[in-house]
Design a protein around this ligand. Structure first.
Ligand SMILES: [Zn+2]
Length: 172
């Protein structure tokens, strides 16, 4: 079954969406995560499906320029953003293969922690990372800023690494 990103949410989607709201992540970040899990962000593939006119170059991922920009590509499968998840998994000491859809990825990521407190923290971390990736994508697409992986990792690291991770995360 892979209707998990469909706009009509499955029970599983609803459970994951409820978890998104039940975290201390910033409100704007939670709204972005909710839109991703419902596939309602203005991703190029979604705009095209709504018959919004776009030239061929516009629908391509502006990180790698090799694939059409879809939700799952942009946030998970693109080599440029995939590096961010690789780094985070390395930092957490986990080397498992990642699911290729956003809802399953959130579930996977949250369960890298043991216990409800760790899982809630990792859900919040996932939301913040997704939000940061979306902001970076928009800066790249609309302001011409270069995608800078080091700064992206540094930004989330500064916000979470030393402050909360050690208190909240226990590896599974
Ligand atoms: Zn890409």
């Amino acid at each position: 079954m892979d209707t998990r990103n469909a706009e009509t949410p499955t029970t599983f989607n609803k459970e994951m969406i409820a978890k998104v709201w039940d975290t201390p992540a910033p409100q704007k970040a939670r709204v972005t995560a909710w839109r991703i899990l419902r596939n309602r962000l203005p991703i190029c593939d979604n705009l095209r499906k709504r018959n919004i006119p776009m030239v061929d170059e516009e629908i391509m991922c502006n990180m790698c320029f090799h694939q059409i920009e879809t939700t799952n590509h942009l946030f998970l499968l693109c080599p440029k953003t995939g590096v961010v998840w690789d780094e985070i998994q390395r930092w957490l000491g986990v080397s498992a293969a990642r699911p290729h859809c956003a809802v399953s990825h959130l579930d996977f990521f949250a369960h890298l922690g043991r216990g409800k407190k760790s899982q809630k923290f990792l859900t919040a971390l996932w939301i913040c990372i997704i939000w940061l990736l979306w902001k970076r994508r928009n800066e790249s697409r609309f302001e011409g800023k270069a995608w800078d992986i080091k700064n992206t990792i540094y930004d989330w690291g500064c916000e979470s690494k030393n402050v909360e991770l050690e208190q909240n995360f226990q590896a599974a």
